[in-house]
Design a protein around this ligand. Structure first.
Ligand code: NAD
Length: 499
C-alpha cells in the first residue's frame, strides 16, 4: 500500500519530540491535509507555552551539562555523517512524505530536496574540520586568539515551501558548531521534519535535537520570546520576520533571517535564447513556483522580446499540472486554497492595472479536489504593478520589456527585496558588471538555482539578515571569543603603590 494511502487510512499523529521521544498528544489538534486531494493525512497537536518551555529547558540542560558542546570535532563529524547516511537510507519514504505534505512533484523531492537535506549534514561535517580561528601576535609578547564557541540553544523556525531541505540546513549548521536546538516547522507542512527528528535523534546525545509543533503565533511566538534560547534562525515571510525581530530585541538576542524575494531574471538580447528560456522557466516554476529565490520577475531586451515572450507563454501553458506523485507532473498543487485564491487575485489585479494575461490566471480544471492553479504569465507595462512588486509565491511569472542595461538594472533594483538576481547573457564582462550592480545577496549568471553551500545565501534589504552557508552559518551559530595572552611578565604602570 502506498504511503499516501496508509496516511489517509490512518492519519499520522504529530506531536513535539523532546529529549528523545514524542510527547503524548494533548494540545489543540490541527488537521494536516494532502494539498493534491484535501484528504487529512495527519493531525498535529499544538505545543503551548509550557511544552515549549519544556523543550527549551531540555535543550538548555543538554547544552550546559551534556557532551555535545565539548565533543571533539571527530565525534561531531561522526554523528553528522550518521544522520547523512540515515536520510539517504530513508530517502524514498522522506521524498514521498514531502510530496504528500507540500504538493511538490516527487521528481523534485526525490531528485533534489532529500539528497540536499542529507548533503547539508555531510557539508557541515566537512566544514567543521576546516573551521579554525585566528591568532595575532604582537611585538610586546601578546598573543591574541580568536575562537568561535557554540552560541547555545538555537530556535530554528522553518517555512512550508521546502520544509525538509531548509530545516535540515539549519539543524546541520547549529549542531555542527556545538549547539543544541529546538526546531519548529511550519504548521502547514510538519511531516518530514517530524520524521527526520524521529529517525535521527537517537544518533545524538539526549536533548540535543528537540522539536515543537504548532502555529506561528502560539508555538513559534513562545519559542522566540523564551528567555533561555540564545538565537533564532528563521526562514519565512518578511512580516513574520519583523515580528520575530521585535521579540528578539527584547532579550538582545541574535537573529538570522532568510525572508522573502521578488527576484529579477534579466534576459539580454545576446543570450543563448533557447537556453535562457529553459532557465527562466525552471527558475520561475520549480517547486510549484513556491520558492523564495524564484526568478519570477522577468525582463527581456526588446530585440528578442517578442519571440521570447511568446515561447515562454506557450511553454508555461503546456506545463503538466497534476498529482505530485505522478512522475510526469511538473506543477503540483498550491499548499492550500488561500494560496490559490491569492494567485487568482494577483491575476485579476494585474489585469486591472494594465497587464496582459498571456496564459493561466484560473484554477486548474483537471480535478475538483485539491488546490490546483494554472501556471500563469503576465506581460506587465511597468514595474509599479503589484504583480511586479509583491511576492506571489506560486507559479506566476511577470514579463517586462527593456531597452538598455542601465534601465533594467534600475528596474531590477527597484524592489523592497534583494534576494537573488539572474542574468542571461553570452558576455562574461556584462554578466560581471550587472552582477556587481544588482543589490541582491546572490546573482546567478546563465543558470537557474544553484546552491553552493560554500557561499553564503541571504538577502539585501527586506530579504533578510545574515547568510546561511559555511562562514555565514558559523557567524550565525557561534559567539566569537577573543583570548588575549601575555607570554611573559609585561611592563605596565603599577597603580595604588602610594596608598
Ligand atoms: P511564514 O512567515 O508565514 O511562516 C514561517 C514560519 O514562521 C512558520 O513555521 C510559522 O509557523 C512561523 N511563525 C509565524 N508567525 C510567527 C511568530 N509570530 N513567531 C514565531 N514564529 C512564527 O512563512 P511561510 O508562508 O511558511 O513561508 C513562505 C515565506 O518564506 C515566503 O515569504 C518565502 O519567500 C520565505 N522563504 C524564504 C527563504 C529564504 O531563504 N530567504 C526560503 C524559503 C522561504
Amino acid at each position: 500500500m502506498s504511503l499516501r494511502r496508509r496516511l489517509q487510512d490512518e492519519p499520522k499523529t504529530v506531536t513535539s519530540h523532546i529529549g528523545g521521544r514524542f510527547v503524548a498528544a494533548a494540545g489543540k489538534p490541527i488537521d494536516i491535509v494532502d494539498p493534491a486531494n484535501e484528504a487529512v493525512v495527519a493531525v498535529l497537536h499544538e505545543a503551548d507555552d509550557a511544552e515549549v518551555d519544556r523543550a527549551v529547558s531540555v535543550a538548555r540542560n543538554a547544552f550546559e551539562n551534556g557532551q555535545w558542546r565539548t565533543a571533539t570535532t571527530a565525534q561531531r563529524q561522526a554523528a553528522l555523517m550518521a544522520i547523512h547516511d540515515c536520510i539517504l537510507e530513508n530517502a524514498a519514504e522522506l521524498a514521498e512524505l514531502e510530496s504528500v505534505d507540500t504538493g511538490i512533484p516527487l521528481s523534485q523531492t526525490r531528485g533534489m530536496h532529500v539528497p540536499r537535506a542529507a548533503y547539508n549534514f555531510r557539508f557541515f561535517a566537512e566544514t567543521i574540520n576546516q573551521s579554525g580561528g585566528d591568532v595575532f601576535t604582537q611585538e610586546q609578547g601578546i598573543l591574541s586568539m580568536v575562537t568561535h564557541e557554540p552560541i547555545g540553544v538555537c530556535g530554528l523556525i522553518g517555512p512550508w515551501n521546502m520544509p525538509l531541505g531548509l530545516t535540515a540546513m539549519k539543524i546541520a549548521g547549529a549542531l555542527a558548531f556545538g549547539n543544541t536546538c529546538v526546531v519548529k516547522p511550519s504548521e502547514l507542512t510538519p511531516l518530514t521534519v517530524a520524521r527526520l527528528v524521529e529517525l535521527v535523534s537517537g544518533l545524538l546525545p539526549e536533548g540535543v535535537l528537540n522539536l515543537v509543533n504548532g502555529r506561528g503565533h502560539i508555538t513559534g511566538a513562545a519559542l522566540v520570546s523564551h528567555p533561555r534560547i540564545d538565537m533564532v534562525s528563521f526562514t519565512g515571510g518578511t512580516e513574520t520576520g519583523r515580528a520575530i525581530l521585535a521579540a528578539l530585541a527584547e532579550g538582545i538576542k541574535l537573529p538570522a533571517m532568510e525572508l522573502g524575494g521578488k527576484s529579477a531574471s534579466i534576459v539580454f538580447a545576446d543570450a543563448d535564447i533557447d537556453y535562457a528560456l529553459n532557465g527562466a522557466l525552471l527558475g520561475s516554476f520549480m517547486n510549484n513556483g513556491q520558492m523564495c529565490l524564484a526568478g519570477s520577475r522577468i525582463f527581456v531586451q526588446r530585440a528578442v522580446a517578442e519571440q521570447f515572450i511568446e515561447r515562454f507563454a506557450q511553454r508555461t501553458g503546456r506545463m503538466a499540472v497534476g498529482d505530485p506523485l505522478v512522475e510526469e507532473t511538473e506543477i503540483g498543487p498550491m499548499i492550500n486554497g488561500a494560496q490559490c485564491e491569492r494567485m487568482l487575485h494577483y491575476a485579476e489585479s494585474g489585469a486591472k492595472q494594465g497587464a496582459t494575461l498571456l496564459t493561466g490566471g484560473r484554477l486548474h480544471q483537471a480535478s475538483n479536489r485539491g488546490f490546483f492553479a494554472e501556471p500563469t504569465a503576465m506581460l506587465a507595462p511597468d514595474n509599479d504593478l503589484a504583480i511586479c512588486r509583491e511576492e506571489i509565491f506560486g507559479p506566476f511569472a511577470t514579463l517586462q520589456i527593456f531597452d538598455e542595461e542601465d534601465e533594467v538594472i534600475a528596474k531590477a533594483n527597484d524592489s523592497d527585496f534583494g534576494l537573488v538576481g539572474y542574468v542571461w547573457t553570452e558576455g562574461l564582462e556584462r554578466g560581471l558588471r550587472v552582477s556587481s550592480a544588482l543589490r541582491t545577496g546572490t546573482v546567478m549568471v546563465n543558470t537557474p538555482i544553484v546552491r553552493d553551500l560554500r557561499t553564503g545565501f541571504g538577502g539585501y534589504k527586506m530579504s533578510g539578515l545574515g547568510r546561511e552557508g559555511a562562514k555565514g552559518s558559523r557567524a550565525m551559530f557561534t559567539e566569537e571569543k577573543a583570548t588575549i595572552i601575555a607570554r611573559g611578565k609585561r611592563q605596565f604602570p603599577h597603580m595604588g603603590l602610594n596608598g
